[in-house]
Design a protein around this ligand. Structure first.
Ligand code: F6R
Length: 362
């Protein structure tokens, strides 16, 4: 049932505020986070290894910033199909964490089995609690996204990010790397996310116009720094999956090391740049793109828009959000851009060619 929407993907995008609100009604308590007792004490963990495929891998890349920044814990992130065959050494006091919407992805499951008997703890972040990955981990954390039908992951990605951020907060609490007040603050700010995401969804009409233009492109670049770097890659993946337009996400700082050679007046460049601690750096990369006639779609907040918005060909304005939470908000414009571009092209949004919802063969 698409609940009046044209596609399951549209429905799943639209229900994110309520899905996230429900997930956090479960996870956030007055004083902390409602996690199972089987979770390790992160004081006893020296290394965190995050493994996943596709969109779940980008959730892991985002989580690396959170775990490092909040909990000062060394984090390694890998694609499951590479991790499993590399047979990497697993250091003592390692927790291995597998992220999978379906919980059945063959490579992710094989990577988990590789870690059995090697890692101190095997954790998973899943949407399907009865899945193989959930059953074979010491502790499975459900993302509580509800059934996701659209092949392109949207609400599950958001809910993966949510649980990973909660886990990083817990790790910071265990390790004493942030004060209880600081952590309480972040948890409280997380309660405002459903409202902020609702506001972000109001960018849909502006997004439709931008998407019309994008639908004529053969290549699109996505740029971001810090927490926006994984989001740039996720935005590119989403766009290529459902619109079949070639797209790549890059760290803004890598632009001049190669990809800027691709920029010409036919290349839309989506720049994800909230007014955060790295804004000025990203904007100077954006200006390099404009100087080479690239057509910039700038996604920023009102402060960023008033400073620099007039330089961009297209401007999408997001509500203000604390920097640490920004991935949970900027996931929305990435999804909307892919969705409306695919709609403008008339491709099969929910069942894109060559793709399956659950990849149970390697
Ligand atoms: C992209 C997408 C895929 C999945 C990947 C992993 O929109 O949905 O990239 O994220 O196939 O699937 P799970 O999370 O089920 O392991």
């Amino acid at each position: 049932d698409k609940a009046g929407h044209k596609h399951f993907m549209a429905k799943e995008i639209a229900e994110q505020p309520s899905v996230l609100g429900d997930a956090n009604a479960h996870y956030l308590t007055e004083t902390g986070i409602n996690f199972p007792d089987e979770l390790p004490d992160f004081k006893e963990i020296n290394q965190l290894t995050l493994v996943a495929c596709g969109t779940a891998f980008y959730a892991c890349l985002t989580a690396k910033y959170w775990f490092e920044r909040l909990a000062r814990i060394p984090v390694e992130v890998d694609i499951a199909s590479e991790f499993r065959y590399r047979e990497p050494p697993v250091a003592p006091k390692t927790a291995a964490l597998f992220v999978s919407q379906s919980g059945e992805t063959a490579d992710t499951l094989a990577a988990l089995r590789y870690c059995e008997g090697k890692a101190d703890k095997i954790l998973s972040v899943v949407n399907v609690p009865e899945s193989s990955i959930a059953r074979e981990s010491d502790c499975a954390l459900p993302i509580l996204a509800g059934t996701e039908i659209g092949v392109a992951s949207t609400k599950a990605f958001l809910c993966q990010l949510n649980v990973l951020l909660l886990l990083a907060i817990r790790a910071a609490e265990d390790r004493g790397t942030r004060t209880p007040e600081q952590l309480a603050n972040i948890r409280n700010e997380m309660r405002s996310l459903p409202g902020l995401i609702n506001q972000a969804l109001e960018a849909a009409p502006a997004m439709k116009k931008t998407a019309k233009r994008l639908s004529a492109a053969t290549d699109v670049l996505f740029l971001g720094r810090g927490l926006m770097y994984p989001m740039a890659m996720e935005g590119a993946l989403k766009l290529k999956e459902i619109s079949y337009i070639h797209a790549e996400g890059y760290a803004s700082g890598e632009l001049k090391h190669g990809p800027i050679a691709l920029v010409d007046k036919k290349t839309p460049v989506v720049v994800l740049a909230p007014k955060d601690s790295l804004f000025d750096k990203t904007i100077s990369n954006m200006q390099e793109v404009i100087a080479r006639s690239g057509k910039v779609v700038l996604v920023t907040d009102s402060q960023g828009a008033s400073m620099i918005g007039s330089e961009a060909a297209d401007l999408i304005v997001m509500p203000d959000v604390p920097e640490i939470l920004s991935p949970l908000l900027y996931a929305i414009p990435a999804q909307l851009l892919a969705y409306y571009t695919a709609v403008a092209k008339g491709t099969d949004v929910d069942q894109p060619r060559n793709l399956a919802k659950s990849v149970t063969v390697e």
